[in-house]
Write a protein that binds this ligand. Sequence first.
Ligand SMILES: Cc1ncc(COP(=O)(O)O)c(C=O)c1O
Length: 379
Amino acid sequence: MALRELDVYPRLALDVVAAEGSELILADGRRVLDLYGGHCVNTLGAGDAEVAGAFGAQWRRVSFVTNLLDHPPRAAFLEALEANLPAGEWRVFLSNSGAEANENALKVALDATSRQRVVCFEGAFHGRTAAAAAISDVARSGFPLAPFEVTRLPWGDGAAARAAMDDTVAAVVLEPIQSMAGVRVPPEGFLVELRAACDATGATLVFDEVQTGNGRTGRPWAAQTLGVTPDVLVTAKGAAAGLPIGVTVLSASLASRLPSGILGSTFGGGPTVLAAACVVQRRIGEAAFGARVRTVSRALGEAALRGPVREVRGRGLLLGAVLPEGLGAGGLRGALLEHGILAGTSNDPRVLRLTPPLTLTLEEAARLGTALDSIDGTA
Ligand SMILES: Cc1ncc(COP(=O)(O)O)c(C=O)c1O
């Protein structure tokens, strides 16, 4: 019997053999418009020429070296990242995935505050490793115990957050816009309230920008789009345009309280991945790039508000199309696939997610509207 992977993903029946920009090319030659973008990973679209050049050149120059040695792509990446970060003095730790970057953020917050309690939110998703799963809203995390005390609060409830916060809280961790939960933008003032509560109690405010980061909301970080700066900003997914990366950015004052030796990684910060990641930071940092994302966002939002869709929410190119009662996002995704468009579902059965490459064109955005017009709402 042929060796098979565990059956953990319900795979779609699409035989993808190639991809270009925002399109997947199937074995039979059909092209599918990818409005899912590999779960927010394909920041610059498939096969971006500049990433290919930087990646290939770096691979030939120095493919990999131990973290005991420094290399030019690290300095270049840090410089490009710094230019995009909110004002402040920051330190960075590099790893390989979103879950790992969140684990490191938690480790830093727990260690620096010498506290044991972490506040998180219903609907959140932060990854599947032990600490990240403990603060995620997953039905079965696979771990019998959380590695610290967890207080889970309703999303957007400022009063509940105020009541839960005291000097036992090490960290408050959240996605500034909850993605998997169905693209839930925080209510006005909520993030400001969390920032104030953390300042008052000495807790660490952690933004998980694994999906919202890297230009997705029309600025480099949702922290900037929503106007609140955390103490720790975590990203991954689109940060290296399709190569594995985890980035934990922490305030210099938090970093100064860390003993050395609690963080480490074999692959994190390797030169080839950082050569690609540097291209991403430079591109998303261009003012015209963000402006374009905001323009295409408006076009995609208008296109999405057609056919059976009742509301579109989100920021930039992280949009949720909300369906009326009785209609399922799974059914609508199937109907869109028949029109050659791939979209994402979410943990809310009524919300379809649109997280395309940030290089999506206006013409491609319009294709969604045409497809939705011909879907009658019985999907
Ligand atoms: C907001 C958020 N945080 C963390 C993760 C975990 O990232 P990874 O799968 O790279 O571990 C995800 C993955 O979907 C995510 O959406």
